[in-house]
Design a protein around this ligand. Structure first.
Ligand SMILES: Nc1ncnc2c1ncn2[C@@H]1O[C@H](COP(=O)(O)OP(=O)(O)OP(=O)(O)O)[C@@H](O)[C@H]1O
Length: 248
């Protein structure tokens, strides 16, 4: 991949679920370091778009390339290598409830560890300093050895963010990662997701336009599975967003 290769490129990408067309004809190019907020009403297709980008769904039409690769055309080992570069936070958070927080955070490093090391870490957690640091950054320094199932919704959401911080991905794909957080913590988490010395690329779905304007560089608006708005964040005024949220 050359320096000018986009991090994300969708060409005429669409996704159907049976007869239902969730996304249609999406053309989108995202370059390294961009922070893209995906906005739109419930059901507009935000999660589906993010799933196409993080490789958990394949398009049923058109193409999706991430770091210059089409995940559908890769072998399993090649796909694992690509996945290491992508950090995802999904709405279901994908935390293991019955284990302590430290193990859920360390799961962010599993892609880089041997099976032996991963299993050993379940008994004697490895890289405690890294895990502690990530938890402190999301205000959960006290929760290292808490059982995950005991945490509140917002605390669990921050554990998923800490897991992503230890993974240190080049691209973050986050589906409503701040939906359970108070405004101060939401702002902090969005800063953390986008911040990295090397200019991490971020694609994040949000329901709060103000957060998109403040923490992202670009706003993409979806309506009924189509991109109807693609502007610099500063231009995503309430007026510009009005049509996006009008009830259909
Ligand atoms: N696995 C699936 N099977 C069938 N239909 C689906 C599936 N996933 C999504 N859809 C449909 O695709 C459309 C887009 O869904 P999606 O979850 O992408 O919307 P969204 O914008 O993320 O919504 P929300 O803001 O409520 O999370 C919806 O009509 C939804 O019902």
């Amino acid at each position: 991949m050359s320096a000018s290769t986009p991090v994300i490129r969708l060409r005429g990408a669409g996704r159907r679920f049976g007869a239902h067309e969730a996304l249609a004809g999406l053309d989108l190019t995202v370059h390294a370091g961009e922070r893209v907020a995906v906005l739109g009403t419930s059901g507009a297709g935000k999660s589906t778009l993010l799933a196409l980008v993080n490789g958990s769904l394949e398009p049923t039409s058109g193409s999706v390339e991430v770091f210059g690769e089409d995940p559908a055309g890769l072998t399993a080992p090649q796909r694992r290598l690509l996945q290491r570069r992508i950090g995802s936070v999904n709405q279901d958070l994908a935390l293991i409830e019955q284990v302590r927080v430290v193990h859920n955070v360390n799961a962010g490093r599993l892609g880089r560890w041997s099976t032996t090391r991963a299993l050993a870490s379940l008994v004697w957690p490895h890289s405690l300093d890294v895990v502690r640091d990530a938890l402190e950054r999301v205000d959960l320094g006290w929760a290292l050895y808490e059982r995950t199932e005991r945490l509140s919704g917002g605390e669990r959401q921050r554990v998923a963010i800490a897991r992503l911080l230890v993974q240190q991905p080049e691209l973050v794909v986050a589906d409503e990662p701040v939906s359970s957080l108070d405004p101060v913590r939401a702002a902090r988490v969005l800063d953390l997701l986008g911040a990295s010395p090397t200019g991490r690329t971020l694609m994040v779905s949000l329901h709060q336009p103000a957060l998109a304007r403040e923490h992202c560089t670009r706003v993409v608006g979806l309506r009924q599975g189509r991109i109807v708005l693609d502007v610099p964040a500063a231009d995503a005024t309430d007026e510009a967003l009005h049509d996006l949220y009008e009830l259909v």
